[in-house]
Write a protein that binds this ligand. Structure first.
Ligand SMILES: [Zn+2]
Length: 174
């Protein structure tokens, strides 16, 4: 886990009284996250998270804007957008690791992982350049007319291996 510790918040004082709140401005790079055809960009995730003192811990709520880029799943044109993601997490002293609640020491909340996980979950699974994208422009891509981008792997695969051609000849001879 690459954490820069940028959003490490001390909540000891906050937790002395239930209901006390603290707003934390978030601006965090999350490069390299990818889901199917979508990925994070060079733009940081931004937003405001509110930490509130609750029984045995703190809640972290707010909204983060997650910039993403992708290839439209119909026409494959590059597309960029920003997904608004809701954050609703609870840090609890003594919570089981891997559960719904995030364990912490009662003093320090590290928000980086929350931002990271929120960004990953916000990436669109079926990105479209427009809601009604019709798919490949028929005037630009005409399969069979030689205007399709040439994929070197594909042309290699399509060519008949000379050894197989020889076998086919043998079969004809029998
Ligand atoms: Zn499209």
């Amino acid at each position: 886990m690459a954490s820069n510790g940028q959003h490490r918040v001390h909540v000891g004082a906050l937790r002395q009284r239930l209901g006390q709140r603290l707003d934390v401005e978030i601006e965090q790079d999350v490069p390299g996250l990818e889901v199917i055809a979508s990925r994070t960009t060079e733009e940081p995730v931004v937003g405001t998270l509110t930490i509130e003192s609750i029984e045995r811990g703190v809640s972290v709520t707010g909204v983060l804007d997650v910039p993403w880029m992708a290839d439209c799943r119909r026409c494959l044109e590059p597309v960029r957008g920003t997904e608004r993601a809701v954050v609703d997490e609870i840090f609890q002293v003594g919570a089981e690791p891997g559960g719904d609640l995030i364990p912490f020491d009662g003093e320090t909340v590290v928000l980086d992982q929350v931002v990271h996980d929120t960004a990953l979950a916000a990436l669109p699974l079926s990105p479209l350049c427009e809601p009604d994208c019709a798919g490949p422009d028929p005037d630009r891509y005409r399969p069979g007319l030689g205007e399709r981008p040439v994929d070197p792997d594909e042309s290699t695969e399509a060519a008949i291996d000379p050894r197989w051609a020889a076998l086919q000849d043998l079969e004809l001879d029998e």
